[in-house]
Design a protein around this ligand. Structure first.
Ligand SMILES: Nc1ncnc2c1ncn2[C@@H]1O[C@H](COP(=O)(O)OP(=O)(O)OP(=O)(O)O)[C@@H](O)[C@H]1O
Ligand SMILES: O=C(O)c1ccc[n+]([C@@H]2O[C@H](COP(=O)([O-])O)[C@@H](O)[C@H]2O)c1
Length: 189
């Protein structure tokens, strides 16, 4: 599952769990972006914080792991590189790339877009207020999956932190504590 995870929240975790159940996946690898390609105009929290929060959030699920490939590669993150690195590490695996329908809606503008569809199947998870137009996308390689309505976003979590509002139960307890310990999101949008 690819995302900026700034921070990871229960919407991401429910989505990963639902997709794993629907497609019978052995493992869901959370891959926090290095420098997200479409968020270069935004302040993004340093990758090590996003990575550690994702490790904390997924630690209790034996099928959830976290990969550093996008962080360690450095530079702007492109999914074509993510998939190449994951495939190199697991040559026999059939890959499903999970991310939000809002992101998949723009997939034709991603780097090496046509190549992507031969490297993995794509699962676009929807959340309240986001739908996906599948026009122009190969229907046998892109699956849309509705996730039980969890209107949680990282943007909202950051805004709540900034405003001194609680984020308990929107993100895992360990992530609440990590945010407080490192005083994240006090000055970010
Ligand atoms: N509550 C949710 N339900 C289903 N999918 C979600 C939910 N929140 C995020 N996603 C999807 O997960 C993918 C990766 O998430 P990302 O790290 O960008 O989180 P986000 O909450 O969308 O962040 P931000 O608000 O900062 O844009 C996104 O493409 C997004 O659409
Ligand atoms: O490869 C690309 O060109 C590309 C462009 C935009 C987004 N992505 C990927 O889509 C996923 C969701 O991105 P984001 O910015 O919504 O967190 C994440 O894994 C990104 O690396 C990939």
């Amino acid at each position: 599952m690819g995302g900026t995870f700034d921070p990871v929240h229960h919407g991401h975790l429910v989505a990963a769990s639902e997709v794993a159940a629907r497609f019978g996946l052995d493992e869901v690898v959370f891959v926090p972006t290095g420098t997200p390609s479409f968020k270069q105009d935004q302040d993004v929290t340093p990758a090590e914080h996003r990575y550690l929060m994702t490790v904390i959030a997924t630690a209790s699920n034996p099928r959830f792991t976290v990969s550093r490939v996008d962080i360690d590669r450095g530079g702007v993150t492109f999914t074509v590189d993510t998939l190449r690195d994951l495939k190199a590490a697991r040559p026999d695996a059939e890959l499903f790339f999970i991310t939000g329908a809002d992101a998949v809606a723009q997939i034709l503008t991603w780097k090496d877009a046509q190549e992507l569809f031969s490297m993995a199947q794509f699962v676009a998870v929807t959340r309240p207020g986001h739908t996906l137009s599948v026009e122009g996308l190969p229907v046998d390689r892109v699956h849309v999956m509705e996730i039980p309505a969890l209107a949680i976003s990282s943007t909202d979590v950051r805004a709540r932190e900034r405003a001194g509002q609680p984020v308990w139960y929107l993100v895992p307890d360990g992530v609440v504590q990590y945010i407080a310990k490192h005083q994240l999101y006090r000055g970010l949008s």
